[in-house]
Design a protein around this ligand. Structure first.
Ligand code: ADP
Length: 462
């Protein structure tokens, strides 16, 4: 058994782990990152944000080409699925190389491939190809992320998951004619819109009555009618079984109210959520684990002040950029001797649902304001009147900004439509730094870009 010492050990090497790892390594601490993938960047690059967006952006280009063709502009529209997947794979491998170069250029960090488990609060074991390693560590960051949740439905093994779809060298090699998506959360809905834009006939089965459950129903109501009308959305569905048909396709059995029914497709995507991955031994050493994940406050400390939990594993805001910020908070608090000096702001994390079109939100939106009794003034901008949206034939949706009714301080906003993911960052920065409608109204947003809509939404109040 090899015994080694590390100032910091990270369990996982994704967004919750490596920003802190680099920060502490640069401060001269010895750092070990442990991850079964043996490479940096976790599930985001392996099967999440990056590969799915590589597909999304190509799907959006096809959608745009079609729209231009409808207006008589010449353009050939042929979908080559194998090339789209090859593009996705090439982006992944390019980014893996970039991360490997970053790692190689940074002294004091070692990567160990394997799965970590706690032995004591200061000792972790890793089973590697060369046998068990024991690491004694002064500090630990648990950043073991989350994994696809597959419900115990008979035949669920005949379904694909986002892991199968987006991992390097994915399982799906050809564009399916018919896809059934189980789950109307962000992963299911995003994937449904990408494949619909590429020409697949998609049926989406959602358990509850609302898509994107948990998000502001007002925003969902703006988005839903803008989705590709070819996507057949069935709500109130309880999937009971999945089976393989004699032709090698898939049949999904479901109940809807009192009725039992089936639907056939070529592939089924199971997208009913993700669950935190808790390292073995965590509960035994006294770390509090709830259904949502490892319990932490805004300082990211667990019940043991020298053990932090960042990213999806704590279930607070399961998004890559939220993990990155949390990782930096943990790094600062470690450098401060485990006496908290930095805190994560969980309220101002921009969230984008990368559907076609996308929807994004940040901060306090009307449903939350109503629940908390906060009166709002709403500034609005419609992409119908936006020059960039007109140039790109993407005039659907718009921007809404939510201001405190008394002070006109920006509390939050949403964007449905063009550039939503980029615009919400600007809105989030303004909200996080306490800007008001007056501040936004006086800023010369660039023309002809969709960000003009932020100033115009603010000016709509005056
Ligand atoms: P986050 O963005 O929250 O950091 P990710 O899901 O992107 O999370 O990355 C978490 C990484 O942690 C994944 O690569 C996963 O394989 C890895 N991991 C999960 N469990 C363990 C474990 N017990 N030991 C080491 N790494 C783990």
């Amino acid at each position: 058994m090899i015994i080694q010492y590390a100032d910091l050990l990270t369990i996982g090497a994704g967004g919750g782990a490596y920003p802190a790892a680099f920060r502490l390594a640069r401060a001269g601490r010895s750092v070990v990152m442990v991850d079964p993938k043996g490479v940096m960047s976790g599930n985001c690059l392996y099967e999440g944000c990056v590969p799915s967006k590589a597909i999304r952006e190509t799907a959006e280009i096809y959608q745009s080409q079609r729209r231009f063709a409808e207006r008589g502009l010449p353009g050939t529209i042929t979908v080559d699925f194998a090339k789209i997947m090859a593009h996705k794979d090439s982006i992944q491998s390019r980014r893996y190389q970039q991360h490997a170069a970053d790692l190689a250029a940074t002294p004091n960090i070692q990567m160990i491939q394997g799965e970590a488990r706690f032995i004591t609060p200061h000792e972790v074991a890793v089973d590697t190809a060369d046998g068990e390693r024991r690491l004694r560590c002064a500090q630990v960051i648990i950043a073991s992320g989350s994994d696809v949740f597959v419900p115990p439905v008979p035949g669920s093994e005949f379904c694909l998951t986002s892991h199968d779809l987006y991992k390097p060298d994915p399982i799906l090699k050809t564009l399916p004619e018919r896809m059934i998506v189980i789950g109307g959360g962000y992963i299911g809905l995003e994937t449904a819109t990408f494949f619909a834009a590429l020409g697949t006939r998609v049926t989406l089965l959602q358990r509850g009555g609302q898509l994107l459950n948990g998000m502001d129903p007002g925003m969902v109501a703006v988005l839903t009618p803008l989705l590709d009308p070819s996507i057949h959305i069935l709500t109130g569905i309880d999937v009971t079984a999945v089976e393989v048909t004699p032709e090698g396709g898939r049949r999904v059995h479901y109940t809807r109210g009192e009725e039992d029914d089936t639907i056939d497709g070529d592939v089924v995507l199971m997208a009913v959520g993700r669950r935190p991955v808790i390292p073995a031994g965590a509960a035994e050493i006294g770390i509090t684990v709830t259904r949502k994940g490892v319990a932490v406050g805004a300082d990211l400390q667990t019940a043991h002040p020298h053990i932090y939990a960042c990213g999806d594993v704590n279930g607070r805001v399961p998004l890559f950029h939220a993990a990155v910020r949390q990782s930096m908070v943990a790094a600062h608090n470690i450098l401060g001797g485990n006496i908290p000096m930095d805190y994560a702001d969980f309220r101002h994390i921009p969230t984008t649902i990368f559907t076609l079109p996308a929807a994004a939100y940040v901060g306090i939106t009307p449903a939350l304001a109503e629940a908390q009794g906060i009166p709002l003034q709403i500034g609005r901008y419609d992409f119908e009147e936006d020059s960039r949206a007109q140039i790109l034939e993407r005039m659907e949706g718009g921007i809404q900004l939510f201001f405190a009714a008394d002070s006109l301080r920006l509390l939050g906003g949403w964007v449905v439509g063009i550039d939503a993911g980029a615009l919400i960052g600007q809105i989030g920065t303004a909200a996080a730094h306490g800007l008001t409608a007056y501040d936004l109204a006086r800023f010369a947003d660039q023309h002809p870009m969709s960000a003009e809509g932020i100033g115009k939404a603010a000016r709509s109040l005056f």
